[in-house]
Design a protein around this ligand. Structure first.
Ligand code: RET
Length: 236
C-alpha cells in the first residue's frame, strides 16, 4: 500500500485536532466535550503515522491487517461514546450511575473492536465469521444502551438536550454502521474490494466520524445550552 493515504490521514487528523481545540468552548459546561473531541483526531494522527511507516502492519493470507487502526479505534471509540454518555447525563446524575453506563458501554465497545481484530487475523473461514458476528453482537449492545436507556435519560433532562443527543446519536449510528460493511467487503472479509480502496474509504469514514462529528456535536450542544430549558447555566 502506498503511503499517500496514510500521510494525508496524518495531516488531516493533526490539523483537525488543533482546529477543534482552537475553535471550541473554553468554559464549563461544554469544555470537557472539546477536550474529548480534540483528543480523538490526535490519537488517529498517531495511528496514521504508524501505518505510513508500516509499523504494526501484518499480512494474513496475503491481506494487510493494520494493527494501528484497531489500536486507534479501541481508544477513540470509547472517547466518542463517553461524549454521548456525558451529554445524556449533562450536569446531572449520580456518580455510580454515570460510571456504570460508562464502564458497560466502553467494555462492549472495546470487545467489539478486539473481536473484529481477531476476525481479521483468523486463519479459518469459520473462525472469521464467528468473531465477526460476536463483534456485531457487542455493537448491538452499544447501540441498545445508546438508543434506549441513555436516550430516555437525555429526553428526561430537557427537550433541548434530548434533541441535541438524538441528533448526535443519529449521525454517529449512520457512520458507525458503515465500518462493519466496509470490513465485510474489504480484504479482511469477502475481498470484493482491494486494499487501497478500503484504506481510502476508511480514511473518509474516519474523517467524518472523528472530525465532522466533532464540529456537528459541538454545534448541537451549543444550540441546546442556549435554549431556555437547556440548562446551559448552572442555577445559583
Ligand atoms: C468491525 C469488524 C467487525 C464487526 C464490527 C466492526 C465495527 C467497527 C466500528 C468501528 C468504528 C470506528 C470509528 C472510528 C473512529 O474513531 C471492528 C469493523 C461491528 C463500529 C467510529
Amino acid at each position: 500500500m502506498d503511503r499517500t493515504a496514510f500521510l494525508i490521514g496524518f495531516s488531516i487528523m493533526s490539523l483537525a485536532s488543533l482546529a477543534i481545540y482552537a475553535t471550541g468552548e473554553r468554559r464549563p459546561p461544554a469544555r470537557h466535550h472539546v477536550l474529548l473531541h480534540s483528543s480523538v483526531p490526535f490519537i488517529a494522527a498517531t495511528a496514521y503515522l504508524a501505518m505510513a511507516f508500516g509499523f504494526g502492519t501484518l499480512l494474513q493470507d496475503g491481506a494487510a491487517v493494520y494493527l494501528a487502526r484497531y489500536a486507534d479505534w479501541s481508544v477513540t471509540t470509547p472517547i466518542l461514546l463517553s461524549g454521548l454518555v456525558l451529554l445524556a447525563f449533562h450536569e446531572r446524575g449520580r456518580t455510580g450511575e454515570i460510571g456504570g453506563f460508562l464502564v458497560a458501554i466502553i467494555v462492549l465497545d472495546v470487545l467489539m473492536i478486539v473481536a473484529g481484530l481477531v476476525s481479521a487475523l483468523s486463519p479459518s473461514a469459520s473462525g472469521k465469521w464467528v468473531w465477526y458476528l460476536w463483534s456485531c453482537a457487542a455493537f448491538a449492545g452499544v447501540l441498545y444502551l445508546l438508543w434506549v436507556p441513555l436516550l430516555a435519560m437525555a429526553r428526561e433532562h430537557s427537550t433541548a438536550l434530548g434533541r441535541a443527543y438524538l441528533k448526535n446519536l443519529s449521525f454517529l449510528t449512520v457512520i458507525w454502521f458503515l465500518y462493519p460493511i466496509v470490513f465485510l467487503v474489504g480484504p479482511e472479509g469477502l475481498r470484493m474490494v482491494s486494499d487501497p480502496t478500503s484504506v481510502w474509504v476508511i480514511l473518509v469514514l474516519d474523517v467524518v466520524a472523528k472530525v465532522v462529528y466533532a464540529f456537528y456535536a459541538a454545534a448541537n450542544l451549543h444550540t441546546a445550552l442556549r435554549a431556555p430549558d437547556g440548562s446551559g447555566r448552572r442555577r445559583a
